[in-house]
Design a protein around this ligand. Structure first.
Ligand code: SIN
Length: 339
């Protein structure tokens, strides 16, 4: 259970670490006169990633558009909260906004978001955008209101690749491996379909678990792999591009309702611009991370042939058959949109 004084101290430490003045510790408060509003945002990845950079841009946009009246304070890299407790922190009002990966919404009570985890569902970023920016994506965001969440938009990272201390080019290479996964049933089933054992771990604990040998491998876009220094613990990265990693930015309804209508508009606009920008830099960030990884010489990268990808695709097909009914209905809508 999170207690307010502890939370307050943690935020003061974060503000100090970020070189920011300590502000009053009430949640997003609009005071009389020179009104000051503070938006507290927590996430689990490094600053130099598509998500980290986009949220920084959001912070700058808000700062500029409000003339400094509204301040966004960001705690990156699981510095304050990890995967599980960030959601609890949002519900308790210890943070105001989050940007979890779509894979983590299942554990929050929205399993339909796990359709984004389906292996080989998307082949291009453009296909992902047709879903996120279209009717299906918007309906999914609207459904978040069932748990007092306001879905504000989607953000790209990129296609995920498989890492371990061996090349993962064929289904048989996965036999017996303990693979760290996010808390998504679809991803867990994907690993089982390959003969691996899925182990759910918080993102912030993954690198250490790999280094200690608690798990043997994992999957992520290169931007996360590189900035978490997973290359120090993984000899091989196989460029499988088997599934997508994206995010949804959410606010708690209670916080949102406390904002003045004009501020809600300002925040939406600032975020909308940042997300559109973020979606243009995600590929670049992943390409840059791959180049840096290759230059480091720490991890071998393996490019799969189409035939090798096809074998992985076939091995992962049981995941579709095992899909729970509500998610399967959403999948039908995705397929009819993609044609
Ligand atoms: C993230 O990109 O937010 C984390 C992804 C993961 O947990 O693997």
């Amino acid at each position: 259970m999170l207690r307010a004084p502890t939370t307050r101290r943690r935020w003061f430490r974060t503000l100090a670490a970020a070189g920011m003045p300590a502000l009053p510790a009430a949640p997003a408060v609009a005071q009389a006169g020179a009104a000051r509003v503070r938006i507290r945002l927590s996430h689990v990845v490094a600053r130099q990633t598509p998500k980290g950079l986009t949220l920084e841009r959001f912070r700058e946009n808000v700062q500029q558009a409000s003339g400094g009246r509204i301040q966004v304070v960001i705690a990156p890299d699981s510095r304050l909260y990890g995967d599980t407790d960030e959601v609890q922190a949002l519900r308790l009002g210890a943070v105001d906004m989050l940007a979890p990966s779509l894979s983590k919404f299942g554990a929050m009570g929205f399993p339909e978001f796990e359709l984004f985890d389906l292996p080989f569902l998307f082949e291009t970023r453009e296909q992902v955008h047709r879903i996120t920016q279209g009717e299906v994506g918007q309906a999914l965001l609207a459904g978040l209101s069932h748990q007092e969440l306001v879905g504000l938009g989607y953000l790209d990272n990129g296609f995920k690749h498989m890492s371990a201390n061996r090349a993962l080019l064929a289904p048989e290479n996965f036999a017996g491996l303990r693979m760290r996964v996010q808390s998504s049933r679809v991803i867990a089933q994907q690993m089982r379909a390959l003969g691996a054992r899925p182990v759910v771990l918080a993102f912030g604990e993954t690198r250490r678990a790999l280094a200690l040998g608690v798990v043997d491998g994992t999957e992520n876009p290169v931007s996360n792999f590189w900035t978490q220094r997973m290359h120090e613990a993984q000899i091989d990265l196989s460029l499988t591009a088997h599934a997508w990693l994206g995010y949804a930015v959410v606010a708690h309804q209670r916080f949102w309702d406390h904002l003045a209508a004009d501020d809600r508009r300002l925040v939406r606009q600032a975020l909308g611009e940042a997300l559109a920008w973020g979606n243009t830099i995600a590929q670049r960030e992943n390409d840059g991370a791959l180049a840096a990884l290759r230059a480091s010489g720490a991890t071998r990268t393996h490019v799969l042939s189409e035939a090798q990808r096809q074998r992985l695709r076939e091995a992962m097909q049981p995941v579709y058959a095992g899909l729970a009914q509500p998610t399967a209905r959403w999948l039908d809508r995705v397929r009819s949109t993609l044609g």
